[in-house]
Design a protein around this ligand. Structure first.
Ligand code: AMP
Length: 279
């Protein structure tokens, strides 16, 4: 695996790979890598001939400075794992490489995606996500971009970014959420859970699954309220438990249309998200 810290260097290197006829699969991450990240990489290895992973904890997407400070960093282990998984290149830039002093962020028009669910509870988050992904795509120009369904709204936002920026040459692949045996969606933030919190955390997925079943016989609004209540009783501070249109992410009143259940909740100061498509 070749490691790059400078944007110009990785851009030049990838250009050469493309001249040799290779297709580029790109997996952007913030590190503290786990099986969820590796599933994206494995998918990329199946579908493209040169795989690139990036590790950059993007400060502009953290609306909570404390969350940024506490974000887990395991770079040496990450590099070892990427070598084991036979990733071809790692882009691990310092902050100035993504945001040099001359950088001026643009305002991305994300429509309602910016104001619902994560957008509502994390103001500015998706502008930050677009800033970093836009920069990374400029440097790497992948053939296929790999994202995880775990961050469902982020996937919708990035599809919108690709449309907005006219990047019709980049395909987006969304991979299913990888879970622990007890159902907890893998996440770098899980590293911050203590033993007691780790035991409670799978309730998020349990409530999503329970709600999916309950919808067959219970009114949708009652399903949502009960799920949020159950989570609160278990010790979560719930931001939202919503059933939304799978495309617009606006709340639905009738779950017969393609919809998805999404949840965001805190255990102490650790914010966890998960989702489950309903039909
Ligand atoms: P992150 O490092 O959390 O920014 O995630 C980098 C990429 O990995 C994003 O596209 C995430 O959606 C994806 N990802 C994170 N957790 C999982 C998971 N449990 N299963 C599948 N993909 C995931």
């Amino acid at each position: 695996m070749v490691l790059f810290k400078r944007a110009n260097d990785i851009t030049d290197y990838i250009k050469k790979q493309k001249e040799e006829g290779k297709t580029i699969g790109f997996v952007p991450t913030m590190g503290a890598l786990h099986e969820g990240h590796f599933s994206l990489l494995e998918q990329a290895k199946k579908e493209t001939s040169f795989t690139v992973c990036s590790i950059f904890i993007n400060p502009t997407q953290f609306n909570n400075p404390d969350d940024f400070k506490k974000y887990p960093v395991t770079i040496e282990k990450d590099i070892e794992s990427l070598i084991q998984h036979e990733c071809d290149a790692l882009f691990f830039p310092p902050k100035e490489e993504i945001y040099p002093p001359s950088y001026r962020p643009m305002q991305y028009d994300l429509g309602a995606l910016e104001t619902v669910l994560e957008g509502h509870y994390r103001p500015g988050h998706f502008q930050g996500v677009c800033q970093v992904v836009d920069r990374l795509l400029q440097f790497i120009e992948p053939t296929i971009l790999y994202l995880g369904q775990k961050d469902y709204q982020q996937c919708q936002v990035i599809q919108r970014l690709l449309d907005l920026m006219g990047r019709t040459n980049i395909s987006l692949r969304i991979s299913p959420t990888v879970r622990e045996e007890d159902g907890l969606a893998m996440s770098s933030r899980n590293l911050r859970l203590n033993e007691a919190q780790r035991k409670i955390a799978p309730s998020l997925f349990q409530e999503l699954s329970r709600s999916k079943k309950a919808l067959a016989s219970t009114p949708l609004s009652q399903v949502k309220t009960e799920a949020a209540q159950n989570l609160s009783e278990k010790g979560f501070k719930v931001d939202y438990f919503e059933i939304a249109d799978a495309r617009t992410l606006l709340p639905v009143t009738d779950s017969s249309q393609p919809s998805i259940a999404l949840v965001a909740a805190y255990l102490d100061d650790i914010r966890l998200i998960d989702n489950l498509p309903l039909n």
